[in-house]
Design a binder for this molecule. Structure first.
Ligand SMILES: [Zn+2]
Length: 1010
């Protein structure tokens, strides 16, 4: 049978391999001589590389990367990406801070060839070969080159004063693989993909530079020079020379003069795919060694750092050694002779990896330095040895590396509180307790996923929002593989990862390759991981349906209410400790597991929080009490994280103030936390001193993340009661009260994408409003449809909104200029559009133009001005539905009478003009160059009053502290506007201000990247 099968398959497999190529990779061997001219920030050099074609194709040309050209002008892919990320460092860079590569003259086997820049990217070129390069053949390509080093503030290649980070600096062929050429422009967000080969690099520079580089140092005098440095650094530590930075102060930071004498040092390395070097005259040097866990080979470790960071770096050798040990243990031994970390200022994140050497940005603490060093050293495996295509599948290096980084922290510091330590620095002593390094990834990812603003793991680097690049590529992938490790258990998982290492090191694995290896090793179908968790934003959500503790066994029913069919672990606990665990394999919607014991008091899904699950509130069952699935109630001060297996609530004291309530004293109770709860509430009951009555507000809503293009849908109801001005009665002025009940349904639209700068929201809101005093009783019921659009980009932004209101109002008394009783029902349409242009380079000055159109669509009964459109209305006339915070809603005089709102006519000068017909206005505001916070405004308006169109205009100066706080001084009013003012109005009474505490202006939506 076997034999027969073989015969049938043999010709078939032969034809397959004849038509489609099997795995291959090209080889590139470099020889580079380069000299650093540190006075001019220039490198001059000569490069020669042998390119061997191992493919089955004849190559007519070769793509070569010229990445220093990414820094050349504002048209490069790098410049465009930085601009997308609101980083203007290249856009606004001075000429001396830009970079480029020139003086090129490519030759192939010593003969001139024709070569040209890529039409779209000046940092890619194409060398046309005179003869196609046949399979198995090699050519030698050579060129002189000159690199102008850019400022280190922009990205990875750069100078910071006289410190040099020389990365992605030489002409380098793009990868040619089974999918063809992978030429790519240089980017900050988005890494690399390079061919393996050997490097032989000689660097010439002033003698007193300390250099860290890829490869083994071949120059004996330089080895001696470094060993001398190690001696002085060690002595300096011993003599406590670094103990006080202030003692040595500037001396530690300043650069010594460059030696006039030069030195040439040579490095060589095989089986790597990049070469980077770092030079700084100030570097202190520490040296150590680590024995590899499998082979017993010795690896030398080097740490190079500036003197004023010495205290921080004093244990760097330990971090390097431990990282090398654990990564070797879990994945496979480190095959190179040294592992080095250098101290640098890096603008592309906390650190950056190159073969053998990593550059570390400014770390705030030793703990942070250790994590960054471990992570970057770890890239020697996930990037260096396993050379995946980082640009297209960034998770294969960053995500798998994050898994190892989390595991390192868990192994070396099992009781670490790293996330809590960081949170206490950032948000004070809020309740972020017992959060370790793993929780950092967990919270980052689940925050994005609970708001529906995450992106899939498998996505091109340039398509992520900067937040998601961290939260998804790093954090979620790390969590997904921690989950797999937990499911497979360590031994099985390590076996699979080591098989991946054995099969793919020094090669270019693709996503399908790692899947194939792990599935083969474990014998499991991992579609739930490699398809659902990696390729989609589908969410995992399991819940305990029921549990029963019987005579001899206990059973737990688990229901999958999520979008992924993955394994889930059920933990049986007693006295808070996990006693028994059972994994449910992917399969049924509802599963039942049986535990052998009966002495348990809790059942919890994934008690150790290893699953990337956003909603953990339904993972709990307790023996105690009537409501077995209700987590224990917990109330903490102010705020904190959403702890697993607690029902987290928070409270804080509250005081409020407005003209009618005077002071209010009370408390705010809420459950807003991370990860977000689906059911959220905020209740703020207060006691009003002014009215001797209850005041406050409450909001309760349920939100969820549907599929496709909606981020979240929220259904909720908001209620408020506060003082509402004074009722004018025969007995004098008496305080009145208002009550609102407003149910709402919000659709946050548009999934995030860094290339899309807009977001929009649709809201349906109902209104029931009652204003009540002694004789006063006005009511309004109605509904609004709101659509807001925001386009946000440096230089240009647009806010636009549409609002359709229906009101059914009954007024019984004299309020807001309306003499009751009246009854009216009406419908209004308002449309606004605002364009803001950043017009003054680098100083962030803006000019904005807003247009508004308001139109009454119909009205029955009394046409009440109160429900119309106001030009620049005083007090609450522009807020019929009580959605804004106002301190003196119905004040006829005094300070709070001059609070203005940005909606409707938007006039900055006060005006009594109101229409219940049509209104058109234009509002212009320009921040003045050179003078901080001062701007000029001009408002134009047309509106119909008793059937005729009126035209109004005004202009003045503004002092704006932010979008929410501004003061406006009128300088000019048109005659009809002037005539409308009260007789004897003083200038001071015309000064108006914006104080926007609610931010619910039609179009002001959530921040761009939340
Ligand atoms: Zn990384």
């Amino acid at each position: 049978m076997k034999h027969l099968l073989f015969v049938i398959i043999a010709p078939f497999s032969f034809s397959l391999s004849a038509n489609s190529q099997t795995y291959f990779q090209q080889e590139v061997d470099y020889r580079i001589d380069v000299q650093l001219y540190d006075q001019e920030n220039i490198l001059r050099g000569f490069e020669e590389f042998d390119y061997k074609n191992n493919s089955k194709d004849a190559l007519a040309f070769i793509y070569v990367h010229l990445w220093p050209n990414g820094y050349k002008n504002n048209e490069t892919a790098l410049a465009k990406q930085l601009y997308l990320m609101d980083d203007m460092s290249l856009e606004y860079a001075a000429e001396g801070d830009r970079g480029y590569i020139d003086s090129l003259g490519f030759k192939v086997d010593g003969k001139d060839v024709s070569w040209m820049y890529d039409a779209d990217h000046v940092d890619i070129c194409k060398i046309e070969l005179a003869e196609p390069l046949k399979p198995g053949e090699s050519i030698t390509v050579s060129t002189p080159f000159k690199v102008k080093i850019p400022s280190g503030d922009i990205s990875r290649l750069g100078f910071v004063e006289e410190s040099y980070q020389v990365t992605q600096w030489y002409p380098k062929p793009a990868v040619y693989d089974l999918d063809g050429w992978h030429q790519m422009p240089y980017l900050t967000q988005g890494e690399f993909y390079s061919e393996y080969g050997t490097f032989d690099v000689s660097i010439t520079l002033p003698k007193n530079y300390v250099v860290g580089a890829t490869g083994d140092l071949q120059t004996a005098s330089e080895i001696e020079f470094l060993n001398e440095r190690v001696k002085t650094t060690t002595a300096n530590f011993k003599d406590d020379k670094f103990s006080s930075e202030t003692k040595f102060g500037r001396a530690l930071r300043s650069f010594p003069e460059s030696d006039t004498a030069l030195k040439t040092i040579r490095f060589t390395q095989k089986d790597v795919h990049d070469f980077a070097w770092f030079a700084d005259k100030r570097f202190e040097v520490l040296k150590g060694e680590v024995e590899l866990p499998n082979s017993g080979e010795i690896v030398t470790s080097w740490a190079m750092f500036v003197p004023h960071h010495s205290k921080l770096w004093e244990n760097a050798i330990e971090y390097l050694n431990d990282a090398t040990h654990y990564y070797s243990l879990w994945n496979g031994d480190y095959p190179y002779k040294h592992v080095t970390a250098v101290d640098g200022t890096i603008s592309a994140g906390g650190g950056m990896e190159y073969p053998n050497i990593t550059v570390i940005g400014n770390a705030g603490s030793k703990e942070e330095l250790e994590v960054v060093i471990v992570h970057e050293v770890g890239h020697n495996w996930f990037y260096g040895l396993l050379g995946s295509n980082e640009r297209d599948h960034a998770w294969m290096d960053e995500g798998l590396n994050t898994l190892n980084e989390i595991r390192y922290m868990q192994t070396k510091y099992p009781n670490n509180k790293r996330m809590s330590d960081m949170a206490s620095g950032i948000v004070g002593k809020l309740h972020f307790e017992d959060l370790n390094h793993h929780h950092m990834s967990d919270l980052t990812f689940s925050m994005m996923s609970s708001y529906g603003i995450d992106q899939p793991i498998e996505l091109g680097s340039n398509d992520y929002t900067p937040v998601n690049y961290g939260a998804i590529v790093y954090a979620k992938t790390g969590l997904v593989f921690m989950y797999l490790k937990d499911y497979l258990e360590d031994a099985e998982f390590d076996k699979a990862m080591q098989a991946y290492y054995d099969e793919w090191h020094y090669k270019h694995p693709q996503p399908a390759d790692i899947r194939k290896t792990i599935e083969k090793e474990t014998g499991k179908d991992l579609g739930w991981l490699f398809e659902d968790l990696i390729q989609t934003t589908k969410q995992i959500d399991y819940k305990i349906k029921s549990a029963k503790i019987g005579e001899t066994t206990s059973t737990v029913k688990v229901k999958n209410i999520g979008q992924i069919n993955s394994p889930v672990r059920v933990d049986a606990l007693s006295f808070g400790q996990v006693r028994e665990s059972i994994w449910i394999e992917p399969g049924e919607k509802v599963s039942e597991v049986t535990f052998k014991g009966t002495s348990y008091d809790q059942f919890v899904l994934d008690a150790n929080r290893q699953m990337p699950e956003a909603n953990r509130n339904n993972n709990y069952w307790t023996k105690k009490g009537l409501f077995h699935r209700t987590e224990p109630f917990k109330m903490e001060l102010i705020g904190g994280d959403n702890e697993g297996n607690n029902w987290n609530n928070f409270w804080m004291p509250a005081i409020g103030v407005n003209t009618y309530d005077k002071f209010m004293i009370g408390a705010i109770f809420h459950n807003q936390t991370l990860p977000k709860n689906k059911l959220e509430y905020t209740l703020a009951p207060m006691f009003s001193i002014g009215r001797l009555n209850l005041a406050g507000f409450g909001d309760i809503n349920y939100s969820w993340v549907p599929a496709k293009n909606i981020r979240t849908i929220t259904l909720g109801v908001l209620g408020k009661t506060f003082g509402n001005g004074l009722e004018f009665s025969t007995e004098g002025n008496v305080p009145a009260t208002y009550y609102t009940v407003q149910p709402y349904l919000n659709f946050e639209l548009g999934k995030p994408n860094v290339h899309k700068f807009y977001k929009h929201r649709l809201q349906l809101k109902g209104h029931y409003i009652l204003e009540k005093g002694v004789a006063l009783e006005n009511s309004l019921s109605g509904a609004s449809l709101n659509y807001g659009f925001k386009y946000n980009k440096r230089v240009h932004s647009i806010n636009a909104g549409l609002r359709l209101d229906y009101y059914d109002a009954i007024n019984n008394s004299n309020t807001g200029g309306v003499v009751g009783p009246l009854s009216s029902d009406l419908m209004n349409l308002g449309i606004e559009f605002e364009y803001t242009l950043e017009y003054w380079d680098r100083k962030n000055k803006t000019i904005s133009i807003r247009a508004f159109m308001g139109q009454n669509l119909f009205s029955n009964g009394t046409k009440a001005d109160r429900y119309g459109f106001a030009l620049g209305g005083q007090t609450g006339t522009q807020d019929v539905t009580y959605e804004q915070y106002m301190f003196g809603r119905n004040q006829a005089s005094g300070l709070w009478n001059n609070q203005r709102l940005e909606n409707q006519g938007g006039f900055k000068t006060t005006s009594d003009f109101v229409t219940n017909g049509s209104m058109f206005t234009t509002n212009i505001y320009a921040e003045l160059p050179y003078i901080p916070i001062i701007g000029a405004y001009a408002d134009f308006g047309m509106f119909d009053q008793a059937g005729t169109m009126q035209t109004v205009s005004t202009a003045g100066l503004g002092v704006r502290f932010s979008d929410r706080l501004g003061i406006y001084f009128p300088l000019y009013e048109s005659d009809n506007l002037k005539a409308s003012f009260l007789d004897g109005i003083k200038y001071g009474e015309k000064i108006r201000f914006t104080l926007n505490l609610s931010g619910i202006s039609l179009s002001k939506l959530i921040p761009r990247f939340l």
